[in-house]
Ligand binder design. Sequence first.
Ligand code: FAD
Length: 389
Amino acid sequence: MLDRSEEQHEVIRAEVRRLCDAYGNEYWRSLEPSTYPEEFVRELTTHGWLSALIPEEYGGGGLSLGGASVILEEIAASGGNPSACHAQMYVMGTLLRHGSEAQKQRYLPDVANGNMRLQAFGVTEPAAGSNTTAVQTRADRDGDTYRVNGQKVWTSRAEHSDLMVLLARTAPAGSGNDRLQGLSVFLIEMRNADGTLIDGLTINPISTMMNHSTTEVFFDDVVIPADSLIGVEGDGFRHILGGMNAERILIAAECIGDGRFFIERASAYARERVVFDRPIGQNQGVQFPLAKAHIQIEAANLMRWKAADLYDMGQPHGVEANMAKLLASEASWAAGNAAVDTHGGYGFATEYDIERKLRETRLYQVAPINNNLILAFVGQKCLNLPKSY
Ligand SMILES: Cc1cc2nc3c(=O)[nH]c(=O)nc-3n(C[C@H](O)[C@H](O)[C@H](O)COP(=O)(O)OP(=O)(O)OC[C@H]3O[C@@H](n4cnc5c(N)ncnc54)[C@H](O)[C@@H]3O)c2cc1C
């Protein structure tokens, strides 16, 4: 099914919401600070939602990016945390667009039916930071294999994944536009048949302020088959760019969902909570920040759909994807802040879930790309200002 209409999106919305309602906010709270939502992810997989972007011929749902974004938005709006599983959607584009037919046949049906989890995206490195072209992890060709050496950081869900999409250097960096060359992208089988990690691969969890299951990953002479390479050697950075734009659109949708959660909860509370003999929502000091955040969310949502529609039509969408991510991450933060103020002291109480969701949504101003870099990109691409990064 290729969903295009709002009616089809409403069907997705309702079905995902029904599944999420079975995992109420108590469930998400009980996982704090750092337990992975194993049952929830399994159920999403069983119902086919995590294979939304895998074409039907490989056993997936064959949805558009817009349709997939509705799934993540609804999880967030229900009070859940889609970060436990969203990578399976955003790395898919790299494999679909640049993977060989043999790679797709080999992996996609198993990912679609849940036999394999494709949840790890190894790009960021400690020394490179936001400058992705400076990554130093090397993959050196050795006969029918590559030998991988180096370190990734913030590789989320690696402990809960069987496959990793990895960006590594196969040739020295050039200069100018050529600095995009020399990086290659691989699809790595991370585990042996018994589930243990392949030789040379070490994963260490990183403790964070929200439940995110993120890690650092060390490659110590990890040997992978040469046919793990996706697409053309040296073109890896360009291959993952499309996937990164998809990720930004999906994250924007998650932030829209977070924002809806905050505004719905806070508005309900503001209608019911009576202080000085009137509902607190009657005070403009309470009402206006909520109204303003609602407006910000609605505006960000328009940009999210513009970006998703352009992506699904195969048209240039990089600027819109970036703008959607920035607007949505700022809007959800404004909504979360207003929700804390509205709840007064209870905004800080774990049982209200506002503080948990506020910690979760804060991430998206920083990752998967920080908002400063989006401003730098828009300044250069849209305003013809000198490149600053
Ligand atoms: C919880 C979490 C999960 C993540 N998951 C993944 C994942 O699964 N896979 C993955 O590959 N990565 C992941 N990341 C990494 C994430 O994409 C990076 O943290 C992010 O891109 C920023 O990089 P950095 O942390 O190195 O910050 P830095 O690049 O060190 O930036 C630090 C600060 O400097 C500013 N700055 C830097 N350069 C400029 C400039 N030229 N102009 C203006 N400001 C600038 C930034 O805006 C930022 O405020 C994750 C990160 C987190 C925190």
